[in-house]
Design a protein around this ligand. Structure first.
Ligand code: DQA
Length: 143
């Protein structure tokens, strides 16, 4: 199985960005850990990060036929982006929405997601383990 991990805007700053909210691991730390878990699970994992909404749309289009599932942290676009939601619906690749922080513990503008109603599921608040939990879930799904 092939899984694509998509990280949205500002996640390139992980490690130094509000560490009390997002933890001290860098994005590279998280990706390296996911690659090692994926290899144990027999999953081919690729990952990408972008700060630009349209580039995230392009990455989703390019994934069509290339991956079986997506793990996406749309970051701030979670709360704003009809375009990224429509891209995921358009390519019809099943996806899990993840967040490092528990968005429901935070400002009310973070409580709405354009993605949740079309996601397989949503994981929020487990820190970097939100991604790993999604990966382990997808690895055993439909097998
Ligand atoms: C986030 C939560 C979003 O509200 C925020 O804009 C982010 C990161 C998270 O992983 O907790 O950038 O998606």
């Amino acid at each position: 199985r092939r899984i694509l991990v998509i990280h949205g805007p500002n996640l390139n700053l992980l490690g130094t960005r509000e560490p009390e909210v997002y933890g001290s691991q860098t994005l590279n730390d998280i990706n390296q850990h996911l690659l090692s878990v994926a290899s144990d699970l027999g999953i081919t994992l690729t990952h990408t990060q972008n700060n630009i909404e349209g580039e995230l749309v392009n990455a989703i289009h390019a994934a069509r036929g290339q991956v079986d599932a997506i793990i996406i942290n749309p970051a701030a676009y979670t709360h704003t982006s009809v375009a990224i939601r429509d891209a995921l619906a358009g390519v019809a690749i099943p996806f899990v929405e993840v967040h490092l922080s528990n968005v429901y513990q935070r400002e009310s503008f973070r409580h709405h997601s354009y993605f949740s109603e079309i996601a397989i599921g949503v994981i929020s608040g487990l820190g970097a383990y939100s991604y790993e939990a999604a990966l382990r879930f997808l690895a055993q799904r439909n097998t």
